[in-house]
Design a binder for this molecule. Structure first.
Ligand SMILES: *[C@@H]1O[C@H](CO)[C@@H](O)[C@H](O)[C@H]1NC(C)=O
Ligand SMILES: *[C@@H]1O[C@H](CO)[C@@H](O)[C@H](O)[C@H]1NC(C)=O
Ligand SMILES: *[C@@H]1O[C@H](CO)[C@@H](O)[C@H](O)[C@H]1NC(C)=O
Ligand SMILES: *[C@@H]1O[C@H](CO)[C@@H](O)[C@H](O)[C@H]1NC(C)=O
Ligand SMILES: *[C@@H]1O[C@H](CO)[C@@H](O)[C@H](O)[C@H]1NC(C)=O
Ligand SMILES: *[C@@H]1O[C@H](CO)[C@@H](O)[C@H](O)[C@H]1NC(C)=O
Length: 494
């Protein structure tokens, strides 16, 4: 499940009036080797429409996704309103290796070594220093924001550079992703079984029944039947477990990926939408699955094979030779590398415990992909995961001032940090019945009351931190007030 949990935050700018200024930072490719002076263009954005410099409000920094980012953060829920409420300066940074923040040869295997958390944290420092200097704000505090992958990065920023990051917000931040994480897909089973969330035992049983048929075809090497039933055009080796994995992953995604889309409309319980057809009397569950596929995909048949999965990961491995074509990409190669190298996580079903979907969506596929695309062995993945959890703390990050929000129907929820520790100002808010990064949607009148309550709780914590940051930021009063007076004067010349 390579793409699960990357929320492609839709940039709907209908509610956003802020003007966005984009810049390119000449970023060092390798921050750690003296003498390596190579740079790449990194994109960042500044929103200063609401900024009142003399208010001393902290700078709010939105960290880009594991995908192209276009700096539209002022229209996001929580972030956009906080900019306005606190008259703050807003900054957004696109992650190295995503979108246009890279050079044409950086996706070659030998250059992926610079795609690490450590390098990316140094990127933030460099851009932060440039902004502090340009706007003459040496003493303003900074609060980082992010969602999903970048929510996790936000937490990591606070953990690793507390002197530069005053506090961190993360929506659906999977800080505790593991090499072994059967509860990711397992959580789907819990949700579709839960009548509070639009599921039911019958729904669960019928989904299981549909996939039992899928699995019986996979087990008996009858991949052709599945190809016909689910409009898959590629043919591949019917006895190869990796091909079975590719098909199992595709069909399981029909159910498992749903939580990703709840972002677009939190008013609709998408799991209820899945369970309705599966619980209609007199229908065959396998036929419902077939119909779901037919309804969700275009007329043309789909290319589903292990090779196709690898092709996605290997795209641009010889360098980017067509930027227009590249711009249509969602960053699959970089993201795949981060999974294998930086986090070493493996999403699969625990076949002993029972998978809600296909038992062939096992750990084999992910491990094989890491090996075949990047030469990263299963053993290395496990070591990478252990290092990631040890370095950044997993579910127990050694830090203070974290604000984490979760949607309880999200597959990643079991791997998020769900405890509040008052005396460290670590707050965790779970909203029942919503999915992944839903609170980053702009608030709407029709959203669940629980989500409205979460937004209120978040705003209260931010309010306090902004006050604390102002106090902390103005403790070096002499220098900052002199600078401020000077700049107010300077601006008045325009
Ligand atoms: C790299 O930058 C340093 C400091 O600016 C400079 O002294 C050095 O000569 C540069 N090295 C190369 C290979 O350009
Ligand atoms: C900006 O902040 C200062 C200090 O808090 C305040 O006195 C001033 O009224 C604010 N300006 C605006 C336009 O809100
Ligand atoms: C630097 O600050 C000025 C305002 O003083 C602003 O107009 C400009 O866009 C800023 N440049 C960057 C690169 O942030
Ligand atoms: C099909 O896959 C099996 C299992 O990996 C392998 O032993 C066999 O050689 C493959 N057959 C072909 C024709 O590639
Ligand atoms: C898989 O499930 C079995 C049975 O519940 C359990 O004993 C085992 O620890 C699980 N494996 C993992 C990796 O969670
Ligand atoms: C909170 O997370 C821990 C693991 O980090 C898990 O064992 C526990 O069940 C979770 N609690 C809730 C209410 O989800």
């Amino acid at each position: 499940m390579m793409r699960l949990f990357v929320a492609l935050l839709a940039v709907c700018c209908h509610s956003c009036s802020a003007s966005l200024t984009g810049f390119i930072f000449n970023q060092k490719l390798d921050h750690f080797t003296a003498g390596n002076n190579r740079t790449f263009p990194q994109r960042y954005w500044v929103v200063d429409d609401h900024w009142n410099k003399s208010s001393s409000a902290p700078v709010l920094l939105y960290l880009g996704l594991a995908a192209p980012f276009n700096g539209g953060m002022a229209s996001y829920g929580i972030f956009g309103p906080a900019l306005i409420e606190h008259s703050a300066l807003g900054v957004g940074i696109e992650n190295r290796y995503y979108g246009r923040s890279l050079a044409e040869d950086m996706l070659k295997l030998e250059n992926l070594q610079y795609l690490t958390f450590e390098q990316s944290l140094e990127d933030t420092k460099a851009i932060q220093d440039a902004i502090k200097k340009n706007y003459s704000i040496p003493n303003l505090k900074w609060i980082t924001f992010g969602a999903s992958y970048s929510g996790m990065k936000s937490v990591i920023h606070r953990v690793t550079m507390p002197d530069r990051v005053f506090a961190a917000f993360g929506s659906s931040a999977p800080v505790n992703f593991q090499y072994d994480m059967p509860n990711y897909l397992g959580h789907v089973g819990e949700v579709i079984r839960d009548d509070q969330r639009g599921g039911s035992q019958t729904c669960y049983d019928n989904v299981r029944e549909a996939f039992a048929i899928v699995d019986s075809y996979l087990n008996s090497n009858q991949l052709d039947v599945l190809r016909t039933d689910f409009n898959i055009c590629s043919s591949s080796n019917a006895t190869d477990d990796k091909e079975k994995f590719a098909i199992a992953r595709y069909l399981s995604g029909l159910i498992a990926d749903v939580n990703q889309y709840s972002f677009s409309n939190p008013a609709i319980n998408t799991y209820a939408g899945i369970c309705r057809p599966f619980t209609r009397p007199g229908v065959q569950p396998y036929d419902v699955l077939k119909k779901m596929l037919a309804d969700s995909s275009p007329e043309t048949c789909a290319t589903i094979s292990y090779q196709a999965l690898l092709d996605d990961l290997n795209k641009w491995s010889n360098g980017i030779n067509d930027w227009e074509e590249y711009d249509k990409d969602s960053g699959g190669r970089s993201w795949g590398f981060e999974i294998c190298n930086n986090m070493g996580f493996n999403v699969y079903c625990n076949t002993t415990k029972g998978c809600p979907m296909s038992n062939f969506a096992s750990q084999l596929g992910q491990s094989a992909m890491c090996q075949d695309a990047f030469g990263i062995s299963d053993q290395q993945m496990r070591a990478n995961s252990a290092k990631f959890l040890k370095t950044y703390g997993g579910a127990n990050p050694l830090t203070t001032r974290l604000l984490l929000t979760h949607g309880a129907v999200d597959c990643g929820y079991p791997y998020e940090m769900n405890t509040t520790v008052e005396n460290k100002e670590i707050y965790s808010f779970t909203t029942a019945y919503v999915g992944h990064v839903v609170d980053l949607n702009p608030a709407t009148g029709y959203e669940p009351v629980a989500l409205y309550e979460t937004r209120k709780a978040v705003a209260q914590v931010l309010q306090k931190w902004v006050q604390d940051a102002k106090t902390a930021g103005s403790s070096q009063t002499y220098l900052s007030s002199v600078t401020i007076v000077f700049l107010v004067f300077f601006y008045s010349l325009y």
